[in-house]
Design a protein around this ligand. Structure first.
Ligand SMILES: [Zn+2]
Length: 187
């Protein structure tokens, strides 16, 4: 695996084993094994510590029992805990459903001026920071929200900006590679 991919995954997972939550220099684990067609895309990769990676691997139970000095029942229990943590991580992941379609088609009936005014106000409130320079505080909050795996719409809403602006900013902050699988969420 390329070291750039490994570094991006470790950074995304904050050098923390996703199973036991211990800080770790990190092993990268394929959720779906490459032998079964699993890819090197970020959604198929998680950070595990050395012990949890061994427990998640296809190493024979007898070998693991000798290594960890555990009876079979306790070993299987620990193995199951790691596997459940990995499954939970997958289920928590970014939404795979596309965002609702943008209804920008102009309506045929002319709207009364009152309604048009209200719509302008709503639009201005939706993106109060649009076009402004990003402050270090905003960058830090954006990166934290990104690592918390919020969907792009939520990242944009929290920063008071558009989805595209947030995507461009993440690229500038060096999170482009990690952001890539979420590109499907863009309108
Ligand atoms: Zn662990």
């Amino acid at each position: 695996m390329e070291s750039a991919i490994k570094a991006a995954i470790l950074q995304r997972d904050r050098f923390t084993c996703i199973a036991c939550r211990r800080r770790t220099p990190g092993k990268i684990h394929h959720i779906l094994s490459p032998r079964l067609g699993g890819s090197n895309e970020p959604q198929n990769l998680v950070t595990l510590c050395g012990s949890c990676q061994m427990l998640a691997s296809p190493i024979p139970v007898a070998t693991l029992q000798r290594y960890f000095q555990l009876d079979e029942r306790e070993l299987l229990r620990r193995k199951a805990k790691v596997e459940i943590a990995i499954h939970r991580w997958v289920l928590r992941g970014p939404p795979l459903t596309p965002p609702p379609p943008i209804t920008s088609e102009p309506s045929r009936t002319p709207k009364p001026p009152k309604s048009a005014t209200r719509r302008t106000i709503v639009k201005k409130k939706a993106r109060p920071r649009q076009g402004r320079v990003w402050t270090p505080d905003e960058d830090a909050a954006l990166v934290a929200d990104f690592h918390a795996r919020l969907p792009f719409e939520a990242l944009a809403a929290r920063r008071g900006r558009g989805v595209f602006a947030v995507h461009v900013r993440l690229h500038k902050l060096g999170l482009g590679e990690v952001a890539h699988p979420y590109l499907d969420d863009l309108p």
